[in-house]
Design a protein around this ligand. Structure first.
Ligand SMILES: NC(=O)c1ccc[n+]([C@@H]2O[C@H](COP(=O)([O-])OP(=O)(O)OC[C@H]3O[C@@H](n4cnc5c(N)ncnc54)[C@H](O)[C@@H]3O)[C@@H](O)[C@H]2O)c1
Length: 254
């Protein structure tokens, strides 16, 4: 275990699966106390149990980031269990496929609620405690889909562009408060989310091959590679970096 985040408290939303799980575990492995949020409480508790086995401190803070009352409670429970919040990772997100013509209105609303409103509400709950202390880091889950168009992903792309924009707005609004705000923009990363998407395809093997084929590195990213980017942006090594969108995509955007 290294000590890059010793005495820091990191809260990861959607931390029960995929990139969020890897990020919460990586923070804990580097000395942080980790609060693991997920809308699926059992997933949050399972990740906390994994972290506790390593001897690190962790707490499960289940809740839905699209609900204002949940967001304030998640921050409150994090602080009462682990101490003042230093790092928030707004990782929770949902996706759907579709063009503007084929996207179901309920699916559009849910993506906006979780991805965009959830990032806004969790950031606000965190800023309420961070601003008076004049320190903190907020990291948001962007995507390559927050930086360029892709076919058949209209709602997802709209929310991820919004997150990249909100990151820049918050970075400027709170730079004088000693708070840095950045986005990680993952390329296609092998998580349960991708497995679910592939399982729904008419030919899952062919669908996976086509995802891999568009990757210049010839493979998908791993959750651990995304976690490494979050940890860099949360650490003092990136102390002059705010408002940026760090692309971690195996060369997809080249
Ligand atoms: N996997 C990829 O290829 C990829 C690429 C770019 C960006 N991302 C982004 O990374 C993030 C994580 O993706 P992943 O692939 O690890 O997904 P995942 O589905 O494996 O994990 C997401 C977790 O978020 C939780 N969640 C969903 N809605 C929630 C809510 N309202 N409140 C709290 N928790 C909620 C889910 O229960 C789940 O455990 C997402 O924001 C996604 O958009 C993923």
């Amino acid at each position: 275990m290294t000590e890059r985040f010793r005495d820091r408290v990191a809260l990861v939303t959607g931390g029960g699966s995929g990139i969020g799980r890897a990020t919460a575990m990586a923070f804990a492995a580097e000395g942080a106390a980790a609060a693991v949020n997920d809308a699926a409480a059992d997933r949050a508790h399972a990740v906390v149990a994994e972290i506790e086995k390593t001897g690190a401190r962790a707490v499960a803070v289940p809740g839905d980031v699209s609900r204002e009352e949940d967001c304030r409670r998640i921050v409150r429970e994090t602080e009462s269990a682990l101490g003042p919040l230093d790092i928030l990772v707004n990782n929770a997100g949902v996706g759907t496929s579709g063009t503007v013509l084929s996207t179901d209105v309920a699916a559009w609303d849910r993506l906006v609620e979780v991805n965009l409103r959830g990032t806004f509400l969790m950031s606000r709950a965190a800023l309420e405690v961070m601003v008076p202390r004049k320190r903190g880091v907020i990291l948001n889950a962007g995507s390559i889909a927050g930086l360029r168009g892709l076919p058949d992903r209209a709602a997802y792309i709209a929310t991820k562009f919004g997150i990249v924009g909100l990151t820049k707005a918050m970075a400027l609004d709170h730079v004088k408060d000693g708070i840095r705000v950045n986005t990680v923009c993952p390329g296609t990363t092998h998580t349960p989310w991708i497995d679910e998407r592939l399982a729904e395809a008419p030919d899952p093997e062919a669908a996976k091959a086509s995802l891999v084929a568009r990757q210049p590195m010839g493979r998908l990213g791993t959750p651990e590679e995304m976690a490494a980017a979050y940890l860099f942006l949360a650490s003092d090594e990136s102390s002059f970096t705010t408002g940026t969108a760090l692309v971690v995509d195996g060369g997809f955007m080249c």
